[in-house]
Design a binder for this molecule. Structure first.
Ligand code: OAD
Length: 261
């Protein structure tokens, strides 16, 4: 893997346009369950009962109990090294863009700014009736909600979680920003099964546009064979190794006459 990492790092310069797409695997080391792994959420729960507009219409209490439980679990979790390295890249590289499918907010808690939240956020809510008094969608970090299902403070109707459910489209502005981010030099797809569209199509479109494409995942995915590099390993470890090689190179650039040990 070392040679691959060195070849990858040789493509990263201060001005390089880097776009990263992350999925649930990036939060796995923080103790957040993935969706399709051995203890994945969709192995225990049926998405049709919990993550569709029809499910919410049918039983808002059940759906909110599940999201409220996830929110209660998430407040106990901390960002891991993968989130931290990506936050450091956001600070260091002016042309760095982070798109995440994760709704957990851990990238932001690690310090990442301007994260494109492809599937929304579990910390956002919106009025189910789109009442004209509410501000569209808003942040609400109440944990746990004193009343389930929680009510819209503006019309006293229902509110819903600000996540994208099955059968729903991606927010057009989020889609526009994500597509714009595909014009990059290096595109990373990290910790995602590459099974859920349209997120899974982003890496292929980036490659078509000329980006060098890299996957980091503990196992092969449908995308692996189609990309330039597939680095197999936990995101928190692989990103840490990439970061170390980057930092070693920077030290050499700053002290070109220091003999290597
Ligand atoms: P999945 O659960 O489908 O896939 C998680 C991926 O992470 C798998 O490919 C694992 O091999 C990999 N993985 C696990 N631990 C890892 C680690 N430590 N380092 C690197 N990779 C690791 O999750 P997503 O691809 O994110 O949608 O799922 C996509 C969407 O499906 C989610 O955003 C969610 C779900 O339904 C919504 O919530 C709208």
């Amino acid at each position: 893997m070392n040679t691959y990492i060195e070849r990858l790092v040789s493509k990263i310069r201060p001005e390089t346009r880097i776009t990263v797409l992350t999925g649930a695997g990036v939060s796995a080391a923080s103790g957040v369950p993935t969706f399709r792994g051995p203890d994945g959420l969709w192995r225990k729960y049926r998405p049709e009962s919990l993550a569709t507009p029809e499910a919410f219409q049918r039983d808002p209490k059940l759906v909110w109990e599940w999201y409220d439980w996830r929110r209660q679990t998430l407040v106990t979790k901390r960002p891991n090294r993968a989130h931290e390295v990506l936050a450091a890249w956001g600070e260091r590289y002016p042309n760095f863009i982070l798109i995440t499918q994760n709704v957990d907010g851990l990238h932001e808690r690690a310090g990442s700014q301007n994260v494109i939240r492809f599937h929304g956020s579990i910390w956002e809510v919106l009025c189910w009736n789109n009442c004209p008094l509410s501000p569209g969608r808003w942040w609400d970090e109440t944990v746990p909600f004193p009343e389930i299902p929680p009510k819209c403070p503006h019309c006293n109707g229902l509110i819903r979680p600000g996540v994208v459910w099955f059968g729903e489209g991606i927010d057009p502005e989020v889609m526009r920003l994500s597509i714009e981010a595909l014009d990059c030099d290096v595109f990373f797809t990290i910790g995602t099964s590459s099974l859920v569209y349209p997120a899974a199509s982003l890496v292929h479109e980036a490659k078509r546009r000329g980006a060098f494409t890299v996957e980091i995942n503990i196992e092969a995915t449908p995308a692996s064979g189609l990309l330039d590099f597939a680095l197999q390993g936990p995101a928190e470890e692989v990103l840490e190794r990439v970061e170390r090689v980057i930092l070693m190179g920077r030290r050499k650039d700053q002290n070109p006459h220091t003999p290597s040990p």
